[in-house]
Design a protein around this ligand. Structure first.
Ligand code: AMP
Ligand code: ZN
Length: 139
């Protein structure tokens, strides 16, 4: 628990949240400024800032709840689809420094875009550069 973390305060019950599901290691609640009806956040109950900070158990708790809940969110608001994503780090738009996955209901013709729309201009990478990046990720 981090004292000045708003999501830790929701987990602790110190500030209100519209909680929709809870497991041993994860909590889901409605986003206070929804991008769509049903916009839900899934967080680990322990304070972790970045995805890479989650241990295997925390990670499993978040992704298990996320995949369990996704169809319920979609059905609850009669959505056509979902966009699911994590802003992992400030440069990616993370504002609350406690890992959270967004479940955003999507509707035909809602005017939104695919996840491919989140990045800036596409890079031009040749085969050698792609091979090099793949090798570096592989480690
Ligand atoms: P991100 O930009 O990925 O860090 O998203 C943070 C999200 O948390 C935003 O969508 C906010 O609307 C949401 N949020 C901030 N404070 C609260 C709160 N007290 N309860 C529920 N959602 C919140
Ligand atoms: Zn926290």
């Amino acid at each position: 628990m981090s004292d000045d973390c708003i999501f830790c305060s929701i987990v602790a019950g110190d500030i209100p949240g519209r909680i929709v599901a809870e497991t041993d290691g994860a909590l889901a609640f409605l986003d206070a400024n929804p991008l769509a009806p049903g916009h839900t956040l899934v967080v680990p109950t322990s304070h972790c800032q970045r995805l890479a900070d989650l241990d295997a158990e925390e990670s499993r708790a978040v992704f298990d709840l996320l995949s369990d809940l996704a169809p319920d969110v979609e059905a609850a608001v009669d959505a056509d689809a979902l966009t699911v994503g994590i802003n992992d780090g400030e440069a990616a738009g993370q504002e609350v420094p406690h890992v959270h996955a967004h479940i955003i209901p999507r509707f035909e013709g809602d005017g939104g875009g695919p996840i491919h729309a989140v990045a800036g201009e596409r890079p031009h990478l040749d085969d050698e550069e792609l091979d090099d990046i793949a090798a570096r990720i592989e480690g």
